[in-house]
Design a protein around this ligand. Sequence first.
Ligand code: 3H9
Length: 692
Amino acid sequence: MSPVSSAPHGAVTVITVDNPPVNALSQAVREGLATAVAEAETDAACKALVITCAGRTFIAGADIKEFGKPPMAPYLPDLVNRIEACEKPVIAAIHGTALGGGFEVAMGCHYRIAAKSAAVGLPEVNLGLLPGASGTQRLPRLTGVATALDMMLTGKPVKAPAALASGAIDEISAGEDLVADALEFAQECIERGPRRIRDLTVPETDAAVFDETRKKIAPRTRGLMSPEKIIRAVELVTELSFDAGCAAEREFFIECMASPQSAGLRHAFFAERAVNKVPGIGRETPVRELHSVAVIGAGTMGAGIAYNCLTSGMNVTLLDNSDEGLERGAGTIRKLYAGGVERGKISEADRDSGLARFATSQDYADIADVDIVIEAVFENMAIKKEVFAALDKALKPGAVLATNTSTLSIDEIASATGRPQDVIGLHFFSPAHIMRLLEIVRGADTSDEIIATSLALAKRLRKIGVVVGNCFGFVGNRMLYSYGRENQLLLLEGAAPEYIDKTLYDWGMAMGPNAVGDLAGLDVGYKIRQERTDLPDDPRFYRVADMLAAQGRFGQKTGKGMYIYADGSRKPTPDPEVQAMIEAESERLGIERREIDEQEIIERCIYGLVVEGARILEDGIAMRSSDIDVVWTNGYGFPRHRGGPMHYADSVGLDKVYERVCEFEERFGSTYWEPPALLKDLAESGGKFADT
Ligand code: 3H9
């Protein structure tokens, strides 16, 4: 059965797309729409057409699952042109979100009416694309160049009232019944006749806007190709005819679609949705209601988590064992609210309601009734166990007991309680209210209900929750050890910190590893390493970081770390003293310093990640390779357009990656570079991590 149906309503034919979940423009939808429009056009009783959608949204775009496969007719640009060519007025009736190809279909229509709650947008840039069904040529004719550029370059949907103000839509449905309002609007449109966007004059445009936009977006579009294609396509609106502009857009679209960048971004899109699919957890799994939370530990992390919970509507108690700590934590929360209000992100009323739901305490008795506790105290097993034993005594049955540990064993922490089934790891990333990743660490006894509750909590906190297994460092920090290890070895072998940082930054990492170390605090890793008993017996292992930390050079917070920071500045400046220290240490350890090229830096750091990722898959710590990618793109600044370390390795070809890893094993030894069996097997069978 076609996902598109038609029904007459007096003189108006209502065409309904019904292709759950989001009415994506699959081949069947495109064919159904083309047929329905052609039939309505030849139906003498029909005077106008309304295109609407069943379910939760108007068409949310082209069917991304079809991308990368051979295209099938009818093609979307032809369909949009076909709709626009209709002799009878065509009206799009929009609810939910008309996105990408969906909004392009709506712009092929002669008029657009939207529900008050609807939004329209062209988010193709998030997939490494530009609108490919004439959106770059039609939207500027409707709204003017500046608004169109903004919509396409941010990819953010625009709510109906703003869309109306900019001209992107023509009407907002006043009532509850969108189709009824569209039918009424259709009567007006019959009077007016078709209004085709292709025939509209391009609004007066100051040519300077294009270069100004290029400059403005450069810092956030580093290394990406589709933003420039978007700007150029819109520039062509002012230079070429509509059809010539569409032809250029098509060329750009095909080029972007074939790029590894778009493949990486599309992978990231599906990977972020796949994380919610956890075997054994389904709709039937009970989810506990969470209204109140206690956060234990009022440091930067605890305060950030508390703020995150407050802005998601929960009642929050911050518990710490010192007045001073609580004062500082509460101050941080007030500051975060003030910053939100100043930047217009939070209303004063929301701030007041948030602060009214916030309390501090030093007494476990005060948190006896909370639904969930998130512990964020010092990263030390003995202290954590003490806290959990106290929580076990104080908290009501059924409370979720979560730890924000970034490395320690959930099972050992849970062993301090009599209810290990209620204990889980919720690993937030700093700054906790901004970073989107939440590692949900399941212990051996953690119940399905607690996992389902944690996934629901992640959504409520506007985060991406990834369920991972319990081992030292889980997925993210376990892999970080390998990445950081290679960085540290490269320092001793001859690469300067700023050279390594620039190389990896230029490759796409949000920051270089040495700048990150200084930002996070070199003392943090140092203390963790000192507690570990399972580290390799290698005097080079994290040697430079250990020496710096031992000298009190903790990074930005002490004004000195791997770099120097002048008077509170965050700008890293290379320090000749550090360089001299590294060189002396290389000599002491008998390491011959040499010229190291960029490719080696990239391959050792990134393949270091890939090798550990493969071991993590072998150990069952991650459920699928794409989960590892989500962790690294959302928590560690891995370039999203490269998809994540495992997708990146797949895109390079695992045979090539394996070959390099074997070479590294020969040069640098098996301790770090022995190829995991999974990598070897996949390389030999022509497989990919994505297939595992
Ligand atoms: C485009 O249109 C190119 C054109 O310009 C030119 C072409 C020639 N296709 O996000 P959710 C699935 S590019 C296929 O959890 P929400 C999604 O995988 C496209 N599938 O729901 C998930 O599946 P599952 C431009 C899609 O309510 C399910 O739907 N459009 C598509 O939180 C639910 O998704 C976009 O980039 C799709 N287009 O959010 C819009 N979209 O349940 C992308 C979703 O199996 N989509 N799915 O995991 C979104 O932004 C959100 O999905 C949306 C709903 C806001 C619509």
